[in-house]
Design a protein around this ligand. Structure first.
Ligand SMILES: [Zn+2]
Ligand SMILES: [Zn+2]
Length: 225
């Protein structure tokens, strides 16, 4: 299994059999950067914020299956909600360039295909966002490895991690809308065991990543990707 990081909270995971899963690659990644990136089989979107959800980026990555919150799917397929046309327009344009089959995320939903299993859980985005957002984290199991993606977590939330032994924990360190370095470090200590702790979502502030790495290296193998 390989894990490739993109800007903010974007990743592509590829299993040993070549099954490719994209996570949250969105507006902070220049579209041109995806020109030479091969199509993915599956894409998962944590929530509707632009740094995680971008129809243009989804179209470029061209997944067969897209798992996303209902409010994101409503942007892609406004008429699927059966809303009046005026309300559909308020949700924005349809995006016919996205041809993926949509599956809606839910708390406790588990998606399994071939050698990949993904469990979905709600994540608390905290008080500094403007509207309630349906926001998810994921536990991905592939090639006998476990990858925990915390999403935009502000307050410790989601599945109980105290018994969890994981290979990679992908954790936000950006402050304001998510954990900052200190909160991320303290949440990581709740896990039973973490092989690699990977900071993400520094909102382009590399100093934030460095501050986290310096602090967390005392207890963890921090991998800055
Ligand atoms: Zn967000
Ligand atoms: Zn975000």
């Amino acid at each position: 299994m390989t894990l490739t990081k993109f800007e903010q909270s974007g990743f592509i995971l590829e299993t040993s059999k070549g099954f490719r899963v994209a996570i949250d690659i969105a507006t902070m990644t220049p579209l041109e950067k995806l020109e030479n990136v091969s199509k993915v089989d599956l894409m998962v979107i944590s929530h509707i914020h632009k740094d995680h959800f971008s129809p243009e980026h989804i179209a470029k990555l061209n997944p067969n299956v897209l798992i996303l919150p209902e409010e994101c799917d409503a942007v892609l397929h406004p008429n699927s909600l059966g809303l009046p046309v005026a309300a559909s327009i308020a949700y924005g344009d349809t995006h016919p360039e996205v041809s993926a089959h949509s599956i809606l995320s839910q708390e406790g939903f588990v998606y399994e295909t071939g050698d990949v299993k993904i469990s979905f859980f709600h994540v608390d985005h905290g008080p500094n966002i403007s509207a309630p957002v349906d926001n998810y984290g994921f536990l991905i199991e592939a090639d006998g490895k476990k990858i925990y993606f915390a999403g935009d977590m502000f307050y410790p939330s989601g599945m109980d991690v105290s018994g969890l032994e994981v290979d990679h924990v992908l954790i936000p360190v950006g402050t304001v809308y998510t954990f900052g370095p200190e909160e991320a470090f303290s949440f990581a200590k709740q896990f039973k065991a973490i092989k690699n702790l990977v900071p993400m979502h520094d909102r382009g502030n590399v100093e934030m990543t460095n501050a986290f790495a310096e602090m967390a290296r005392k207890d963890f193998n921090v991998v800055v990707m």
